[in-house]
Design a protein around this ligand. Sequence first.
Ligand code: NAD
Length: 283
Amino acid sequence: MNIMKDINDLTGKVAVITGGGGVLCKAFGKTLARYGAKVALLDLNAEAAESGAQEIIAEGGEAIGVAVNVLQGDSLKLAHQKVLEALGPCDILINGAGGNHPKGTTTKEYLLKEHLEDDSLTTFFDLDPDGIQFVFNLNFLGTFLPTREFAKDMVDRERGTIINISSMNAFRPLTKIPAYSGAKSSVSNFTQWLAVHFSRVGIRVNALAPGFFLTEQNRRLLTQEDGSLTARGNTIIAHTPLQRFGTPEDLDGTLLWLCGSGSAFVTGVVIPVDGGFSAFSGV
Ligand code: NAD
């Protein structure tokens, strides 16, 4: 008997992935489909969700792309109906929609008094509450609302698994991005809360905390047009003991383990997949 294959086998399971048109979550969808799951990629960008689903189908998997706004209850309800009709009730929910906003970001790492005279800079005092609100909504409410919608399927059958997407900045905030750091911290906290709350109805709740992966959101922050690293990109690599950015495939093993029966006694954890970034003090 191939024990590892049994542990990772997701045949017949329905996986709903928000942010499924994005870089990491589309890759999650492909991986879960390769292990037998029926995959619904949900995204604000309907085209990206649909083309991701087509890529999975082209590889022999079963998938649908569904337009959704994770911040709107009605939109989630409609998406849920489409998933039920096409694939069935949700067994695995990955809350992947998330991200930062420039309006919640300072220009400089540290405030110097002279920055207050420079209108070209966004200092702490220029941060826009609407930008901060956007980031908290997208990451926290964008995890809470899809869970409220799809976890009902799991409660009905007293089984299921939820995987939230946290971040390095939830452990220690990264410079410049106070809103994103605080919002991902709230995702980690909610993961623990929900794991306890759902423990009596057979639902496990865990989170992945990816390190630094080059995606559309951060490519301009981390690399120059010629592909070389920015100062921030260099700092990250210098603080990553494994000395590289992650690739989506680096998340596969942990993702499959959290989705499958091998992690049956694991709930309420936030797992760094970060090349050692969170372990390294920098000295
Ligand atoms: P991405 O931008 O490629 O994907 C995010 C997707 O979410 C996009 O397709 C976007 O259209 C979708 N989305 C945005 N708002 C939405 C809404 N209101 N409703 C539905 N969908 C919406 O980003 P990614 O890097 O693949 O990130 C995926 C997740 O991983 C995010 O939660 C991100 O915060 C997290 N993360 C990324 C990294 C990294 O290094 N890339 C590190 C840690 C955590």
